[in-house]
Ligand binder design. Structure first.
Ligand SMILES: [Zn+2]
Length: 255
């Protein structure tokens, strides 16, 4: 057993923990744009629904105004027709004028019904808009707060990732130059955590069995090896006696 290898393994253990923490920040950071997009989609839906309700009220108002105008025209028409009744000379003309009058009355009745129905409709649309307006205000505020929170979270996570990377670089500097170079290379190559535990004859990183010699030398602190299949740098799992070089949790508590 080599003490220097044991010390190097302890540094690798710290690096593994830091990388895992950093990975969690990165996963959170990757998820955030989707979460923000979801909130933005809800915001758009809310605005669209509200705009549609307002358009429905405007449309109902327009229809009602038209119906009121039609009714007014019909009333004017009837008023004029009544004036002309005075000029009829024959019984036939009188009968014809009376028939026209009846027709106009019937048409006026229909227009009155239509106007009343449109008034009811407009009232209904206005009530709907009023209730939606209340919901719109609270929901809009809620979504704005949700988005603000997500953006803040994103900023915090970015700082966390940077801080975590800075601490990691400090730890990596404690490795032998060759091991340090290997650690950086594997980190880039596999774009994941470069260090894995070797337990029960296997690599925990990829769950593949290790050659007995590789395994025994790793857990016996005889040599530092890479997993033959996932290329991760292997270290023995932490035990009560294999304390890390420094308290990683304490050094990153600032975030
Ligand atoms: Zn592996």
């Amino acid at each position: 057993m080599s003490d220097s290898l044991k010390a190097q393994s302890a540094v690798l253990l710290d690096l593994k923990r830091l990388d895992e923490q950093s990975q969690r920040f990165k996963v959170g950071l990757r998820q955030l744009p989707d979460d923000i997009a979801q909130v933005e989609a809800k915001q758009k839906e809310l605005e669209d629904n509200f705009a549609a309700a307002r358009a429905a009220v405007a449309e109902a108002e327009k229809k009602l105004r038209q119906a009121e105008q039609d009714l007014k025209s019909k009333e004017d028409e009837m008023f004029k027709a009544e004036g002309k009744m005075m000029d009829v000379k024959t019984n036939e003309e009188y009968a014809a004028a009376m028939r026209e009058n009846e027709n106009r009355k019937a048409a006026k009745g229909l227009l009155e019904e239509k106007t009343l129905a449109l008034m009811d409709d407009l009232e209904e649309q206005r009530q709907l808009l009023a209730s939606l307006e209340k919901e719109h205000v609270t929901e809009k505020a809620r979504l704005q707060a949700e988005k603000k929170h997500l953006l803040e979270q994103s900023a915090v996570l970015k700082v966390d990732v940077d801080a975590s990377n800075a601490i990691r670089d400090g730890f990596a500097a404690k490795l032998d130059p060759k091991l340090q170079a290997l650690y950086r290379k594997v980190t880039i190559d596999i774009d994941s955590i470069a260090i894995a535990y070797a337990t029960a004859g296997a690599c925990v990183g990829c769950h593949m069995k290790l050659r007995p010699q590789i395994y025994n030398e790793t857990v016996g602190y005889v040599a530092i090896h890479q997993c033959g299949s996932c290329r991760r740098i292997l270290i023995p799992p932490p035990t009560a006696t294999s304390a890390s070089t420094e308290n990683v949790a304490a050094s990153t508590q600032a975030d």
